[in-house]
Design a protein. Structure first.
Lengths: 113, 114
């Protein structure tokens, strides 16, 4: 079975631009979460979606938004990019919204110049 | 803010030796999960240990959990060069507001030398 898949793997954007990152969870998993990992630090929680509804949001500005589609895939959108948004963006999936093993994808490396 | 802290921040050992990494956290948890991350790659899940469990094994990995001390340890026995990576503990707190999230520490960088 395929694991969590993310696209694109790498991208470079200019300050002020917008970016969309995509994620397909493991088949059968209903929960998708997004994390940001800055170089040298552990991942930080951005969003959790479960059954297509936002269930939780971390301490990130409104420039960050996400959605989950009927097939449980998800998109993370970031508007008005800042240099500080440069990071590895990780998507994670799990069967339910809590209490289960959480599996991560390979991530999308975003560089803002 | 980071919930957990891994100790040590970096660990350098020879192949065949055992590696022990520790993790401390601050609030009550539902479970604790350990992950491995190779440079620039995604997180690979290693072990999940629930708050009512004290020890779990998986191959060369042994994880312990002490909820009274709010700490966990990951032991890798008979280490190999391929174990070189960063290791993170992540805690899932008690359910609040109908959702949950993992809170990560800063990780331990393990280097295993042939």
């Amino acid at each position: 079975d395929a694991g969590v898949t993310q696209s694109p793997t790498h991208l470079i954007k200019t300050r002020g631009q917008h970016v969309t990152l995509r994620c397909s969870p493991i088949s059968g998993h209903k929960s998708v979460s997004w994390y940001q990992q800055v170089l040298g630090q552990g991942p930080q929680f951005i969003f959790q979606y479960y059954e297509k509804e936002e269930r939780g949001r971390g301490n990130f500005p409104d420039r960050f938004s996400a959605r989950q589609f009927p097939n449980y895939s998800s998109e993370l959108n970031v508007n008005a990019l800042l240099l500080g948004d440069s990071a590895l963006y990780l998507c994670a999936s799990s069967l339910e919204y809590s209490g289960n093993t959480i599996y991560f994808g390979e991530g999308s490396w975003l560089t803002v110049v | 803010s980071q919930q957990g802290e891994e100790d040590p921040q970096a660990l350098s050992i020879q192949e065949g030796e055992n590696a022990t990494m520790n993790c401390s956290y601050k609030t009550s948890i539902n479970n604790l999960q350990w992950y491995r991350q190779n440079s620039g790659r995604g997180l690979v899940h290693l072990i999940l240990i629930r708050s009512n469990e004290r020890e779990k094994h998986s191959g060369r990995l042994r994880v312990t959990l002490d909820t009274s001390k709010k700490s966990s340890s990951l032991l890798i026995t008979a280490s190999r060069a391929a174990d070189t990576a960063s290791y993170f503990c992540a805690t899932e707190g008690l359910i609040s507001g109908g959702y949950n999230k993992l809170i990560f520490g800063a990780g331990t960088r393990l280097a295993v030398h042939p």
